[in-house]
Design a protein around this ligand. Structure first.
Ligand SMILES: [Fe+2]
Ligand SMILES: [Fe+2]
Length: 165
């Protein structure tokens, strides 16, 4: 196993996760400010899960005797319109799934099964995030932005929307 190769893949993932935390918290602040509280909360919850991913990646980097490069992969995009925020994060999660699948394959080729398993776990989590964002996007398509505004009265369920269990 070439440890440096695994550490490089892990640090690239840390950078992507940091960018996601920054972007999702930016959306959290602005959607809350616009009165879309449940969607704002969804962004915050998922940002916290991405932070958990950083912790998992960091543990593995330190185990491999590397160091954690805490540099975000890119800047925050200043998108304010709710549907556009969802399209942005759906694209980010899809990219994440693709990148982590490729990283898992690279780890298999590098005989690093534990790092491969970590990337496979992240694939599952990011697919789950995509699914939650997509549900919100579908609901906006079906019901319009009023759907998001009405949720703010307190009975809305941001994950499933009004019709889902
Ligand atoms: Fe993540
Ligand atoms: Fe994610």
């Amino acid at each position: 196993m070439d440890k440096a190769k695994s550490i490089h893949l892990l640090n690239s993932a840390v950078a992507d996760e940091l960018q996601a935390v920054h972007q999702y918290m930016y959306f959290h602040f602005h959607l809350e400010d616009q009165g879309f509280a449940p969607l704002a909360q969804l962004f915050q919850r998922i940002a916290i899960q991405e932070m958990g991913h950083i912790a998992l990646l960091a543990d593995r980097i330190l185990f491999l005797k590397g160091d954690v490069e805490m540099v975000a992969a890119g800047p925050v995009e200043k998108i304010l319109e709710p549907e556009a925020t969802l399209l942005k994060v759906m694209a980010m999660e899809e990219d994440g799934v693709k990148t982590y699948n490729q990283a898992a394959l690279a780890c298999a080729a590098n005989a690093d099964a534990a790092t491969k398993q970590l990337f496979e776990r992240l694939v599952g989590d990011e697919e789950g995030h995509f699914n939650q964002f997509e549900k919100q996007h579908d609901n906006i398509q079906r019901f319009g932005l009023n759907y998001l505004a009405l949720q703010s009265f307190g009975s809305g369920t941001p994950e499933g929307g009004p019709a889902a269990a």
